[in-house]
Design a protein around this ligand. Structure first.
Ligand SMILES: [Zn+2]
Length: 157
């Protein structure tokens, strides 16, 4: 099993990254983001940040300011690489993460996901788990190592 310190460090990094990515994440999930200008402190900086993140993911976006709104749109459909990440994540989830946590009595849900990294939590006891589908996969945290203190039968739900 993975080193708990390393797992906690990775969870922290993932949470920070996903929080920072809120608007960009919405753009990826829904193909567009539209915000009232008064909610954006610096529209030019906002647009530059969206473009920077899109460039690093090799995604084309268009951004602008129209009628009191600042907006960003995906110029192309979500690229293939992201679909591959989704598939690897979902495969890992169904083949390892869910069965492993369930066997310990946890009721597992994915809280955050970014690419191939995911933060998972038990809805009964709050135990956390982390998984990175690329690194091995790397799986760790109490969710996958300790029995659920609130756990009933694994198939209770
Ligand atoms: Zn639990």
């Amino acid at each position: 099993m993975a080193d708990p310190v390393e797992i906690n460090r990775r969870i922290k990094r993932l949470v920070t990254r996903v929080r920072r990515r809120d608007d960009y994440g919405t753009l990826l999930a829904t193909s567009q983001v539209l915000l009232p200008l008064e909610e954006v402190e610096d529209p030019d900086a906002w647009r530059a940040e969206i473009k920077r993140q899109a460039r690093s993911d090799r995604i084309k976006v268009r951004t602008g300011v129209t009628g009191g709104k600042v907006w960003a749109l995906l110029a192309d459909p979500i690229p293939e690489v992201q679909r591959d990440e989704d598939l690897r994540h979902f495969h890992l989830y169904h083949s390892h993460l869910e069965p492993q946590a369930k066997a310990l009595g946890h009721d597992v849900r994915v809280v955050l996901r970014d690419g191939e990294e995911a933060l998972l939590i038990c809805q009964r006891c709050g135990a956390r788990g982390y998984a990175d589908a690329t690194a091995g996969p790397l799986i760790g945290g109490p969710l996958f190592e300790d029995e659920c203190p609130e756990g009933g039968l694994p198939d209770e739900d």
